[in-house]
Design a protein around this ligand. Structure first.
Ligand SMILES: NC(=O)c1ccc[n+]([C@@H]2O[C@H](COP(=O)([O-])OP(=O)(O)OC[C@H]3O[C@@H](n4cnc5c(N)ncnc54)[C@H](OP(=O)(O)O)[C@@H]3O)[C@@H](O)[C@H]2O)c1
Length: 294
């Protein structure tokens, strides 16, 4: 596993990290056990950054359970998604309990919800030493203009955004601004909508779900390209699976600090972690990869 610095936080984060939306929806004890084993496998493979949120059903609680005894190996990022300061305070208090921690490394404002009202609450926790850094999430590109406005205030240490081979609009303004301001970038939705449709473990609507109908053709193009061996040119860069190609593509952007990838399968961790091997895709390989979706 290779590591990058998460912008001005100075935190050293694994290039491949673990998300918990949907896949950590533990409906039964067996689900919980799988989630715990996924977290332990991730830690054992060098993954040290974990993203969760109060709105991901049991995910925060199960992550807290999994990190019991291994807290020092993990950087924990969660979120507040509340419309008022008071509700945000209550949500943050519940997150400490769910995660079984006194200090949360990164508290993010989920989908930019009431960011002007919620930011002072998080800053109170920062002053008290209970939250280390503050970030923004805004997974869909229609949130980018508002995210840029918030970034320009200089208050935020990280952003969490959608960035993939299929969705590259963050490259226009957002990523250059993040670099200029030394804001850490957490990329999401690198796989979903390209190699996976809805997350199979719990096929229900996601709290983060968006209308992706226009994207329907892209997974088919990618699957066809793979079936026809048109990924094979990536072998010389250590790529063995389509997922690794998609991770390496996003990691080739220097503004990206880490990718949060979700999975409900323990064996997937090894595949995904192996995408971070220090071999960066050169621009010509990235362009060729983009061509597979054209
Ligand atoms: N802030 C926000 O608004 C927001 C929004 C969405 C997500 N998130 C965060 O981002 C995390 C990631 O979510 P995402 O929406 O970006 O999903 P994603 O990680 O792009 O996709 C997850 C899906 O991809 C599959 N997958 C994982 N690795 C794979 C591989 N190598 N090859 C093929 N399939 C693979 C998983 O299925 P298997 O179980 O089969 O591996 C799962 O169905 C979430 O868990 C959450 O923490 C935040």
């Amino acid at each position: 596993m290779e590591y990058r610095i998460l912008g001005r936080t100075g935190l050293r984060v694994s290039e491949i990290s673990l998300g918990t939306s949907q896949t950590f929806r533990a409906a039964a004890r067996e689900d919980e056990d799988i989630c715990v084993r996924i977290v332990h496998e991730a830690l054992d493979r060098g993954i040290n950054f974990f993203d969760t949120a109060p709105s991901y059903w049991e995910a925060e609680r199960v992550l807290g359970l999994a990190l019991e005894g291994r807290r020092d190996e993990a950087i924990i990022a969660t979120k507040a998604n509340e419309k008022s300061a008071e509700a945000a305070r209550e949500s943050i208090e519940r997150s400490f309990d769910n995660l079984r921690v006194d200090v949360i490394d990164l508290m993010q404002i989920h989908s930019l919800t009431a960011w002007r009202e919620v930011t002072p609450v998080i800053q109170e926790y920062q002053r008290a030493g209970r939250v280390r850094f503050i970030g923004l999430t805004g997974s869909s590109p229609d949130k980018f203009p508002e995210m840029i406005e918030a970034m320009r205030t200089g208050t935020y240490d990280t952003i969490q955004i959608i960035y993939s081979l299929a969705e590259r609009s963050c490259c226009e303004k957002l990523l250059p601004l993040a670099r200029e301001m030394n804001i850490g970038v957490i990329a999401l939705r690198v796989i979903l909508n390209l190699l996976a449709d809805r997350i199979p473990l719990h096929p229900v609507a996601s709290p983060d779900s968006e209308n992706d109908s226009a994207e329907e053709e892209k997974p088919k193009k990618l699957a066809r390209a793979h079936a026809e061996g048109r990924f094979s040119f990536l072998g010389e860069y250590g790529v063995k699976t389509p997922g690794q190609a998609l991770f390496k593509y996003v990691l080739s952007h220097p503004a990206v600090s880490t990718i949060i990838a979700a999975t409900g399968k323990i064996e997937r961790i090894a595949e995904n972690a192996a995408a971070s091997d220090g071999v960066v895709l050169p621009p010509e390989a990235c362009t060729r990869l983009e061509g597979l979706l054209a």
